[in-house]
Write a protein that binds this ligand. Structure first.
Ligand code: CUA
Length: 194
């Protein structure tokens, strides 16, 4: 009977040491494969994106966007353009969206055009695929269709400072006819009383 006692687990020796060594080697191989896969993914996506850059990069001057041009306050909100497209223009700033309540139509494509006046922000509309980053100096744009009417929360999803968690807007998806009727009543509509 053994009389040896120790505070820690018994040190491996003999067969135990060989088993431990084999386990370490297995893990080293698994970790090595994971690292190789991640590096390969970075190389492939890097080459892919440099070979196929985004189709358009649109810039805007953050120093003047509140004074003139597309993103002045009176031009923010939703509208139906002359060509019939529904377009929403908004800006993000520490720590709010303007307009803070956005109306969009259900069942027809709607194009978002947005930018930031200060830090990097972003937004996602509820659980829909309407999701973008907002980088100062650049216009983010995407087109999506909301399948049904309803309300969504639209939080900022890029950490932008101490007020980040309180930065969000509301999105009202109106039935298409209601949206079109309202859009005819004013050049820019939102669900905020002005
Ligand atoms: Cu704006 Cu986080």
């Amino acid at each position: 009977m053994s009389t040896v006692s120790s505070a820690g687990p018994p040190l491996p020796h003999g067969d135990g040491a060989a088993v431990a060594l084999a386990a370490e080697r297995r893990w080293a191989i698994v970790v090595g494969v994971i690292i190789a896969a991640i590096v390969a993914m970075m190389i492939v996506t890097g080459l892919h994106w440099s070979a196929m850059p985004p189709s358009r990069v649109e810039t805007v001057d953050v120093r003047t966007l509140h004074l003139a041009g597309e993103f002045v306050e009176s031009n923010l909100g939703s509208t139906i353009e002359a060509d019939g497209r529904a377009v929403v223009r908004l800006i993000a700033q520490q720590y709010s969206f303007e307009p803070p309540c956005i109306v969009v139509p259900a069942g027809m494509p709607v194009t978002f055009r947005a930018t930031s006046t200060d830090a990097i922000h972003g937004f996602v509309v509820g659980t829909t695929n309407a999701n973008t980053m907002l980088v100062p100096g650049f216009v983010a744009t995407f087109t999506t269709t909301f399948p049904r009417a309803g309300e969504h929360l639209m939080p900022c999803h890029e950490y932008c400072g101490t007020g980040h968690e309180a930065m969000w807007a509301r999105v009202q998806v109106l039935p298409r006819d209601e949206f079109v009727a309202r859009a005819r009543t004013a050049p820019r509509i939102s669900c905020v009383a002005r």
